[in-house]
Design a protein around this ligand. Structure first.
Ligand SMILES: [Fe+2]
Ligand SMILES: [Fe+2]
Length: 162
């Protein structure tokens, strides 16, 4: 039995993961509009992963006979200055999500809820990876400078993500 306050924070996380998907889809739309189709493809795949994250929390609530409560999802931003800003925002967002995951772990520990703490371990590791991969791209874009040719190459490389 998962305590009500823990159920509540997990339901909030389902919303946050769905918002992450929405945010990355918004970034995909912006990239497509800028003819950065490789980056758009990268964000579409990222959005898919975020939906899978939401479903992981969903399944946990289901398995523990908890109440699933779906909340409204805010629209994402639609405008960015350039591709660097997009990936900087993605990196900042992943850092924020890491903080949210840590809050769930802290609450689970406080409540002696080992099941929730254990389930969150996967997410703790996943966030390390997500932060690392977005920061790596931020740093790559910073190295490009103003060269259109290298931006084109990076876009192609991003489009190869599977
Ligand atoms: Fe996520
Ligand atoms: Fe993420």
């Amino acid at each position: 039995m998962i305590k009500q306050n823990v159920q509540d924070i997990i339901n909030k996380q389902i919303q946050a993961e769905m918002y992450s998907a929405y945010l990355y889809l918004g970034m995909a739309v912006w990239c497509n509009d800028q003819n950065l189709n490789g980056a758009a493809q990268w964000f579409k795949l990222q959005a898919k992963e975020e939906m899978a994250h939401a479903m992981r929390f969903y399944k946990f609530l289901e398995e523990t006979n908890s109440q699933i409560v779906l909340k409204a999802i805010d629209p994402p931003p639609a405008k960015w200055g350039n591709l660097l800003n997009v990936f900087e925002d993605a990196y900042k967002h992943e850092q924020k999500v890491t903080g949210m995951i840590y809050e769930i772990v802290n609450l689970a520990n406080k409540e002696g809820d080992h099941a929730t703490a254990s389930m969150c371990k996967w997410f703790v590791d996943e966030q390390v990876e997500e932060e690392a991969q977005t920061l790596e791209i931020v740093n790559q874009i910073k190295m490009l400078g103003d060269s259109k040719g290298s931006l084109f190459m990076l876009d192609r490389q991003l489009g190869k993500r599977e």
